[in-house]
Ligand binder design. Structure first.
Ligand SMILES: Nc1ncnc2c1ncn2[C@@H]1O[C@H](COP(=O)(O)OP(=O)(O)OP(=O)(O)O)[C@@H](O)[C@H]1O
Ligand code: SF4
Ligand SMILES: [Mg+2]
Length: 339
């Protein structure tokens, strides 16, 4: 894990690869606008791994779609910016966007077949991805592809370049998808639940691989997951999303060992030791996620919060810094004494 320093604090945003600022996105629906993201702030500091965790419908996919500007047609930007290397993705030229996607930002999906073409050999696909690199001949591109396959743990990589995706196991395919994502030396890798489709052993191997690659290449990774154990294992920082709002964020150590938001506490069931278990999925918390069309007044978590009090139903809490780089959106959050 990288050294603990107050990176998500505003003054440290200068060296962020990705800096999402006050992002609010609605989706137009016949029932009225779905307020999918509201004033979301998060930063991916250069060379770090940031985990985003949240229940289904909390806005994870909307967030990464905004980062790539791949939002569906009914999405409406209500406010904010997505700064990638200081430039707002939501206002980039078409040319800049083409360079961004798949080149400066790469994605690894839950299903590796999303990234792989079933009717082309792996080698062909990996050479094709390097089309921008005009200075490199085909043989050199193949060597580069084989080198990355070797790095992600595919034996006999030069021979295996001739194989098609169906000739590999699910875990191998995900390794290949990761190799392909790294081919263009992206500044940011977004991994959207990359191990959900795999069994527990494969999952652990892929997480281990991502960690090694992150260290070797000093990559910056935005890692989306339902799995708290995996976030604890892989990430430097964690962002907890609830119903389209960031309710808590900070270093994994701070957030998991000293959670300040009742939702985070409920997720951890006050037992960070459980995080040693990498199979640990999000626990079920009693109650329902609020309707994002008719948002409640006051705190978004009030209906399910065991600590709710009168003010919570009247007033939406502001985000408060509880220590350097650790913030929570709750009326009860207050600066911590460091122990
Ligand atoms: N195109 C759309 N039109 C209308 N509503 C949408 C659209 N896309 C997403 N939503 C709604 O926006 C909210 C956030 O959805 P999103 O897909 O970002 O959640 P998620 O955290 O990725 O969930 P999951 O874990 O199930 O993938 C949800 O209430 C969802 O129903
Ligand atoms: S503001 Fe109130 S309802 Fe919201 S999380 Fe804090 S204590 Fe619970
Ligand atoms: Mg999703």
């Amino acid at each position: 894990m990288a050294a603990v320093h107050p990176v998500i604090a505003p003054e440290a945003r200068a060296d962020a690869v990705l800096d999402v600022r006050d992002l609010s996105i609605d989706f137009a629906t016949p029932r009225g606008p779905v307020h999918a993201l509201r004033e979301v702030n998060l930063t991916v500091p250069r060379g770090s791994v940031v985990g985003v965790v949240g229940e289904s419908g909390s806005g994870k996919t909307t967030l990464i779609s905004a980062a790539m500007r791949l939002l569906p047609d009914n999405a409406e930007l209500r406010g904010g910016a997505v700064l990638f290397e200081g430039e707002d993705v939501l206002r980039m030229s078409p040319q800049a966007l083409r360079n961004l996607r798949g080149q400066r930002i790469s994605m690894v999906f839950q299903d590796p077949m999303t990234a792989l073409n079933p009717v082309l050999s792996i080698g062909q696909q990996m050479v094709d991805i390097q089309y921008r690199d005009r200075g490199l001949g085909r043989a050199a591109k193949k060597r580069k592809a084989a080198e990355l396959l070797r790095r992600v743990g595919i034996p006999d990589p030069m021979q295996r370049l001739g194989n098609y995706p169906h000739e590999f196991s699910g875990g191998m395919r995900q390794r290949i998808a990761i190799a392909m994502a790294l081919l263009g030396n992206p500044e940011l890798l977004i991994a959207d639940e990359p191990t959900t489709a795999l069994d527990v052993t494969m999952e652990a191997q892929i997480i281990h691989l991502l960690r090694e690659l992150q260290q070797d290449y000093q990559s910056s990774i935005l890692f989306i997951s339902h799995n708290l154990g995996l976030i604890a294992e892989l990430c430097d920082y964690v962002v907890i999303l609830y119903a389209g709002t960031v309710v808590e964020q900070g270093t994994v150590r701070d957030v998991f060992h000293r959670p300040q938001h009742p939702y985070t506490e409920a997720l951890l069931v006050c037992d960070p030791a459980l995080l040693q278990d990498v199979t640990r999925e999000l626990p079920t918390i009693p109650g329902d996620v609020p309707d994002l069309v008719n948002l409640p007044r006051g705190c978004i978590f009030a209906e399910r919060c065991p600590r709710v009090f009168e003010r919570c139903r009247a007033e939406d809490p502001a985000t408060r810094w509880v220590s350097a780089g650790h913030a929570a959106r709750c009326h009860l959050a207050s600066p911590l004494e460091r122990s």
